[in-house]
Design a protein. Sequence first.
Length: 184
Amino acid sequence: MSDTKDTVLLVDDETNITALFEAWLEGSYEVRTANSGAEALEQLDDSVDVALLDRRMPNLSGDELLQEMRERGFGIRVAMVTAIDPDFDVLEMGFDDYLTKPVSREDLEAIVDDLLNRKQYDEDVQHYYSLAAKKAALETSKPASELTESEEYETLLEELDAVEEQMDEQLTVDEDFISAFKNL
């Protein structure tokens, strides 16, 4: 068994935030910190398992950094950890989860653990969790009246339902296969 720790990249332009988050996580994970989007890009490689990104940073925002990470093909699980309340723009972003600051140590540890667990899931399940995280982020920051009037939110709900249905169908096929195999 390997003693290699999972690697977490913390990206925030506020050095006190990266230092605090690093202190919270360093016992359990290999932690890298970056205080700009450009610095984060320099530290990205295939050994990074999870990235926690602030959205509002000068020069290269967390949104732009996330887009660059996805364009470069990194399969890193990403959570936005930011003071920006989510808006409908999050629906187009490729993150896996969203936390609004201030964040407790327990919340930070839980999100990293959750993202590491999701790393093992197939793409459909990861997509489902990403959609569910966007739905939850919007529901905690937007009034219900605004959500019901939003075409983007309605599209999100439809996509979430479609992915759930697809996963249910796949589960049924898998159960049928297992049942047939057991009968042999």
